[in-house]
Ligand binder design. Sequence first.
Ligand code: UGA
Length: 456
Amino acid sequence: MNSGLKSAQVSEPLSLCVVGAGYVGLTAAACLAQLGHFVYCLEADSEKVSLLSQGEIPIYEPGLKELVEANLANQRLKFTCDPSQAIENATVGLLCVGTPPRFDGDPDLSQLSQAGRTLVQSSDHDLILVVKSTVPPGSCEALELIFQDTAEDRIRVNVCSNPEFLRESHAVWDFFNPDRIVLGVDEPSLVALDRLYPSDWPIIKTDRRSAELVKYASNAFLAIKISFANELADLCSKVGANAEVVLAGVGADQRIGSQFLKPGPGYGGSCLPKDISGFIAVGEAVNLDLQVASAARKVNTQRSEDIAQRIETVLGGLSNKKIALLGLSFKGGTDDTRYSPAIGLAEVLVEAGAEVVAYDPLANIFGKPIPFFRVESPYVAVEDADGLVIATDWEEFGKLDYQYIAKLMRGYDVFDLVSKTDPIKLGEAGLNLYGLGKGFSIESHSLLWTSLLWAM
Ligand code: UGA
């Protein structure tokens, strides 16, 4: 656990109610309790509440279980299904429920309005409701009207924005080491919010619409960076350059930055795909065509098909080929499989006639039907495989025994989409390694000729 985590404390703790014990809510509740606040986490699922109250957490998030246990023990963190109990002493409620995309790309805010209305109906005192979920600009204002209408003249309700920037698998570390905390508050008298985070943390206080848009724009920009890296890797393959070196050279410019420039099977998860669509929808609502974001989304949507086609070319077809797939979660270090590019690719491969046998150390499929087999060992997955695809950047995939894998496989081709393997070790094992942005393809000769013409 990071040292900043233990020492960070607020000077004037608040009584808080956090609604929702999903990835965002549970992390926020545990971390806010660790900062010194007294937190009631309100969750509708009674089974989840009884598990959490015993320190059992239903998701995999490094460091979170320890925080939940410690703060249950010191009574700063409690879980309940009862809204009246959760809000009894709290003047600030944090809304951390889902805003899934609707069919048209706009987020569905019904869980948010339901959560807020429940708190308002259960409270006998004024409330400040803080929206942590990702919402389009104007949402906090709209929600405030709905909540005030529910409250009639009984209590006063203010709604503020405090978007969350935590990454799954690093959420606890991110909470205690924020690049910025964004607080969108239109009402200057809401001083309680100044007590939410330690005063020496990097806080940007602004109006609600700007705060809401910081979140959308941040996730859209991360998605744009990744799609740019993926296109650049494809260009590198075509012109015989090495994407790893090119992207390191590009990212070394501090104005650009090296993070989120790693090529891969496309971005996934419950946030980036949803939020870039939400961002585009915000533009559409005001007749603005956000073309850069739209292009980044298109690159990502086509990624599975493009990669499957490359695999098909190398293997000489996919029909009746057995493909071993390592990785099912949307990125390494998490059990989350929502909008996982690995699963998207597996579906395309199966559709094209391949038999896919997958392995992942932790992925939770949430009981969803999958059109491929899942086995409990990478070595079982590769048995008699014509090709091996590595689609999630789990550390362990770089440390496998590739000599043994080469013996188990029928074919020799390894498609490492996440740059986890050592080319020398794979070469020694007699395997052919195909990475992203590393190939020297036949088309490159035409570039040589063009360069020669320009040079003459
Ligand atoms: C993302 C943002 O990074 C967080 O700041 C934000 O709080 C969160 O969404 C959210 O809105 O709740 P997360 O979804 O946990 O966090 O995942 P990321 O680490 O951003 O990765 C997203 C996808 O991009 C993954 O599929 C990952 O493999 C891919 N990726 C990431 C790349 O393909 N290349 C990269 O260089 C980085």
